[in-house]
Design a binder for this molecule. Structure first.
Ligand code: SAM
Length: 299
């Protein structure tokens, strides 16, 4: 069988299985099986597949048809122009989370290179925290964008932290990111076991924010394959924000930035949790017009 025939057959199988974006899935899996780019695939439609590649390809197609996300089969997902290793146990980074990057970098303004400025001169490295780091996508993309900054990234999931550490090594930022297993920012709160790195200049987070009761509305491949700890934020979905905001108020320097990804319909409820400790509060919409990122500064 050649490339054209294999693609046609895979697309047909995935369409019958009602896989969303079945054309793209068929292409990505064949690119993975052949270790090639899309341009090569379409430039060589008559290239014959070896029996081994063909067997691997249709095995992957069968797994996708059964529900496994493409990214868990190829082991990768792009975020902010960087490739991240993903697999069962870690959330697949989503495009809307790039708005957290945009808002964070825009708000940092002159501190863009990752230093605090005093009298127009870089004075000290920025100290950043990423809460619920998952694959490490936000922590690592920030470390790459802000070459002077230091980053502390937490997660409650050891499996996610394993992926995040691998990704930090892949992107050459291990010397500037520390990964900690912690419930939100608890590891940094004053106490006998506190990691004494606070105060932070910026805290970012894409916390789990889906309501438990809304689980049935999720696509099956999300609900059944991505980790529950990365999806559900409690019965209402917004439960983790209150603790995150309270801890951030304690751990941010005056003028420090909090940047949070918001779940669908959560903007007002999360803004109500802010209270008086915050100023310059703003919500940014995503490309679909959904309020997606909340930014606020510690007074
Ligand atoms: C929505 S995912 C975001 C992952 C990654 N930051 C991203 O944007 O792709 C939420 C992450 O928070 C972690 N998490 C859930 N509850 C947590 C908690 N109480 N403390 C720290 N991390 C938590 C999950 O394990 C998961 O990795």
């Amino acid at each position: 069988m050649d490339i054209r025939g294999a693609l046609q057959e895979a697309m047909a199988r995935l369409r019958v299985a009602e896989v969303a974006s079945h054309t793209l899935a068929a292409e990505l899996l064949l690119m993975h099986a052949l270790h090639c780019e899309r341009a090569w695939l379409y430039g060589h439609p008559e290239h014959p597949l070896s029996p081994e590649v063909s067997a691997l390809y249709f095995h992957l197609v069968a797994q996708r048809a059964a529900g496994t996300p493409v990214q868990y089969l190829t082991g990768k997902q792009e975020f902010w122009g960087l490739e991240f290793a993903v697999g069962p146990g870690v959330l697949i980074p989503r495009p809307e989370t790039e708005h957290v990057m945009e808002v964070a970098l825009e708000r940092l303004g002159p501190a863009h290179a990752g230093s605090k400025f005093r009298h127009g001169e870089p004075a000290a490295a920025l100290r950043l925290a990423d809460v619920g780091t998952g694959s490490g996508c936000l922590a690592i993309a920030l470390a790459r964008e802000l070459p002077e900054a230091r980053v502390w990234a937490t997660d409650i999931s050891p499996a996610a932290l394993e992926f995040a550490r691998r990704n930090a090594a892949r992107h050459d930022v291990t010397d500037r990111i520390e990964f900690l297993e912690s419930d939100l920012l608890t590891a940094f709160l004053p106490g006998p076991t506190a990691a004494s790195v606070a105060p932070f200049d910026m805290i970012v987070s894409n916390p789990p924010y889906i309501a438990r009761d809304a689980a049935h509305q999720l696509p099956r491949d999300v609900r059944e394959y991505e980790p529950a700890a990365a999806l559900y934020g409690g019965k209402e979905g917004t439960e983790l924000y209150a603790a995150l905001i309270a801890q951030s108020a304690q751990l941010l320097t005056p003028g420090g930035l909090l940047v949070l990804e918001l779940g669908y319909g959560a903007a007002e409820r999360v803004m109500d949790m802010l209270g008086f400790a915050w100023t310059r509060v703003a919500v940014t919409d995503d490309l679909a017009g959904i309020p997606r990122v909340l930014a606020a500064e510690r007074t």
